[in-house]
Design a protein around this ligand. Sequence first.
Ligand code: GAR
Length: 199
Amino acid sequence: MKRLGILLSGRGSNFEAIADQVAAGRLDATIAVVISNRPEARGLDLARERGLIAVPLSAKGLDREAYDRLLVEELHKHAVDLVCLAGFMRLLSANFVRAFPQRILNIHPSLLPSFPGLDAQQQALEHGVKITGCTVHLVDEYLDAGPIILQAAVPVEDDDTVESLSARILAQEHRIYSEAIRIMLSGSFRIDGRRVKLR
Ligand code: GAR
């Protein structure tokens, strides 16, 4: 059975959605470890409540390389096959990415390459786009930049606020993240430049 390592920084709703799919037997994987750079993250409590291994790993006083080495060590210790960033609000170093070649996924609340970085839903509202959404992509050392696995579109309504739009996007995030993990674990894809082709 493939082993997932979840990295998160906060609320942990994407982690919960993945854990629900695993628990229901709809995702043929096990969650080997949940790690957070924020020791107070709600996602860590949720992991503990589910009886999973939850590891607080603060970056305080460490530079990026040193911190990422710790992260890799922790993930290797738990024999993780696939790393899933689920609201993990840190950029990963090239060395981290090299430790898990094409084995790191991220979810982002916009249709990339539009609106990378922080506050993607607010960026979409401010720009006035009529359609936004979410993206699951492979992670490279650049911000929100690797090859795209799945996207879901979400229409922007005239009366949307950041909160209402974020909530509708989040429902789609919860759906496509597990689907993308399923694709990765099945190996039924090939990567052709930036294009991830499903087969
Ligand atoms: C999600 O909306 C995720 O797409 C976003 O943070 C939120 C985490 O929520 N990630 C990014 O913006 C990464 N650039 P969650 O902790 O409830 O899963």
